[in-house]
Design a binder for this molecule. Structure first.
Ligand SMILES: [Zn+2]
Ligand SMILES: [Zn+2]
Length: 668
């Protein structure tokens, strides 16, 4: 506890002061109500007999419930007036409780500045108690730099609480480095951190993704004996999860004697962040087995995992779980549900959730607008956008990504430009990379390559490799090799180690028959040890995810799958199927080319789906890369021959195949 430092005219505290300090000490221990009332009354009686030690005495107020603290403040006020008269301090006009309640009810930083000035001119200008409250008020208004100034140069021996609050304030404002540095300053000043300190500084390390700082703080957690505090451990799990150190996060989690929702959520968020969606879903099962109740945060992670895996059945189960456990669907959970259904290919169910959401805000509207956008249903996304505006809501950057995606998938170039300009001029949303990416895709796909390149060169933000990649893809579709040769160096400057661009360029050369250039690109890849990202497809059957790579023979039903594909090949030929051998960019004979195409991962997944589900069931397949022209063609045939609706989500968009046609109109 801080030793009292008094201004002029104040006497030594003496024995009575010592008694009071004892009382305060007692308050630091856990208190029951009986001890509390005894202590308050003994505190009050000592007050009547001595001058006030504002720095020491008032610390008791931190420990008291508001009602008791006001009783004491009133007594202090009476005592203060008597003391002031005794010491001829007539300049002080306002009582202490005036400042305390003003600080509590203060509504703006300007008001706080006025109070600050008044306090500096008052009887309490040196009171650690009041200055601490003042600094805390600044922190509540999100002014960590002011808080830091109080700690460093205004308050002598500031309480640990103020250090903690300032560290927290920096972290909450996203000033992670400042938060961590202040923590180190605190250690250098000789303070011992407590569990609160760690729960505030660890999120700053996580925000900065600085595993080095995190480890240093982790050492301190052990040094200062906070390794059993569940909140600290949860913050550590969160830190390691966000830094991609999932092994450490998992170990800390496993070692927790009692696991609670918050620690499960922290680990789950780490798994989702690392694209370990399977792991996140099995953790959710683990939680259910352990009887740990999930909350809305848990379910947002679960739904996000289902959405990424395209696991519609598990997503539906999670939705049901939310309803059964009466969790209450808040705005974020509602949006996560809409997003899950849309990304799992069931835009109808996404719409049902949207329609049933009683209070819709921008997050809800944006979720459904983006859903329609990714399904290429531009008409719906635009009409919902207009409805949202007429309901008085303002679209944000993400809403525009949804609308522009829809236009891009439908080749609605004029509309795209109109909304692109509207976004900035009417709604003040500055175009970001994602918006440019939609525009470049849209222009490129529509064959307006020159306009697309011009737009990239005039962008407000620095284009990334993906934007140039969009243009390169358009060069491939429209066979513009000259532009492709111009674009490739731009991409390689930004992303030299990505094999995908090399492959794309090699394919472009192959299309124009420049085999020496193809060989050069391949050599280049070999020298740089770049490996092509393998294509894979997922399909969910009876709640279980099955993954297929191209030419995959590891599945237990492999034999049946290959047999099915052989059989359907014959039926397709009868119906007029001719393989698109142009998409094979290898210098091999036609038969090998056909062979190379026929076992692309999505075909294996679809064959497995047909063999293991009932007639009439919709098949939903997720693919990590874009679907190739030949697969697109084959899936159209299969949808007609097998009488199946097949939904494919590729890296770019959704394709709904039914009766031999695709919803994209072969435009993707
Ligand atoms: Zn393919
Ligand atoms: Zn399609």
């Amino acid at each position: 506890m801080t030793e009292g430092k008094h201004g002029d005219g104040q006497m030594a505290i003496g024995m009575i002061g010592e008694m009071r300090r004892q009382t305060i000490k007692r308050f630091q221990a856990p208190i029951d109500s009986l001890r509390l009332s005894i202590s308050v009354s003994s505190f009050s009686s000592t007050l009547r007999r001595s001058p006030i030690d504002y720095d020491g005495d008032l610390a008791i107020l931190h420990c008291l419930p508001p009602k008791q603290s006001y009783t004491i403040i009133d007594q202090l006020h009476l005592h203060q007036n008597a003391s002031m008269a005794e010491h001829n301090l007539s300049t002080m006009t306002k009582p202490l409780n005036f400042y305390i309640s003003s600080l509590q009810t203060c509504i703006s930083v300007d008001h706080l500045h006025q109070l600050h000035a008044q306090i500096l001119n008052s009887y309490f200008s040196n009171s650690v108690f009041l200055l601490t409250r003042l600094a805390h008020a600044y922190l509540k208004f999100g002014c960590p730099t002011v808080g830091q100034r109080f700690i460093i140069s205004i308050i002598k021996n500031p309480p640990l609480f103020l250090w903690n609050e300032t560290i927290k304030c920096y972290a909450r404002k996203g000033c992670y480095r400042e938060s961590i540095d202040l923590y180190y300053d605190m250690l250098r000043s000789g303070y011992k951190p407590n569990a609160f300190t760690f729960t505030f500084v660890l999120p700053a390390c996580a925000g900065l993704k600085s595993v080095a700082d995190g480890r240093r703080v982790h050492d301190d957690v052990l040094l200062f004996g906070c390794e059993c505090n569940e909140f600290v451990i949860t913050a550590l799990i969160d830190l390691y999860g966000k830094c991609g150190e999932l092994g450490v996060a998992r170990q800390l989690f496993d070692e927790m004697p009692v696991k609670k929702t918050a620690s499960c959520n922290a680990l789950m968020a780490g798994l989702v962040l690392a694209d370990k969606f399977d792991g996140a879903l099995s953790l959710f099962n683990e939680m259910n087995n352990l009887g740990i109740k999930g909350d809305t945060m848990t379910m947002v992670s679960v739904l996000q995992s289902c959405a990424s895996l395209g696991a519609l059945q598990q997503g539906r189960w999670a939705h049901d779980h939310i309803i059964r456990t009466r969790m209450g669907i808040n705005l974020y959970l509602g949006a996560a549900l809409i997003n899950m259904y849309a990304r799992c290919g069931s835009i109808e169910e996404a719409r049902q959730v949207f329609d049933k959401t009683p209070r819709k805000d921008i997050v809800t509207w944006t979720a459904i607008i983006c859903g329609y956008g990714m399904h290429g249903l531009a008409h719906f996304s635009e009409s919902l956008f207009l409805q949202m505006i007429s309901n008085g809501l303002r679209p944000d950057a993400v809403t525009f990504v949804g609308v522009l995606t829809g236009f891009s998938h439908n080749g609605l170039v004029e509309k795209g430009w109109c909304y692109f300009h509207k976004m900035r001029d009417e709604f003040g949303v500055k175009p970001a990379l994602e918006h440019y990416s939609c525009m470049v895709d849209m222009l490129g796909r529509a064959g307006q390559l020159k306009q697309a390149e011009e737009l990239i060169r005039k962008m407000y933000v620095k284009p990334d490799s993906k934007i140039w990649g969009g243009l390169l893809n358009a060069c491939k579709i429209h066979k513009n090799f000259k532009m492709a040769e111009r674009v490739v160096p731009e991409i390689l400057k930004l992303d030299p180690t990505n094999a995908g661009w090399h492959v794309l360029m090699a394919n472009i050369y192959a299309t124009s028959g420049k085999w020496d250039q193809v060989a050069k690109m391949r050599r280049n890849m070999k020298e740089k040890k770049l490996e092509k990202q393998p294509g894979w497809s997922l399909i969910e059957v009876t709640g279980q995810i099955h993954t297929f790579l191209a030419f995959d023979q590891s599945h237990k039903m492999s034999k049946e799958i290959y047999k099915y594909l052989e059989d359907i090949k014959e039926k397709m030929r009868v119906e007029g199927y001719v393989p698109e051998l142009d998409v094979v960019f290898e210098k091999v004979d036609e038969e090998t080319k056909e062979e190379m195409l026929f076992y692309h991962s999505e075909r294996l997944a679809i064959a497995f789906g047909i063999l293991s589900t009932s007639n009439g069931d919709v098949l939903r397949v997720m693919k990590n890369l874009r679907v190739c022209v030949d697969c697109h063609n084959v899936i159209k045939f299969i949808s007609r021959i097998a009488y199946r609706e097949i939904v494919v989500r590729d890296a770019k968009r959704f394709h709904h195949f039914k009766d031999g046609v695709c919803s994209c109109g072969d435009y993707w």
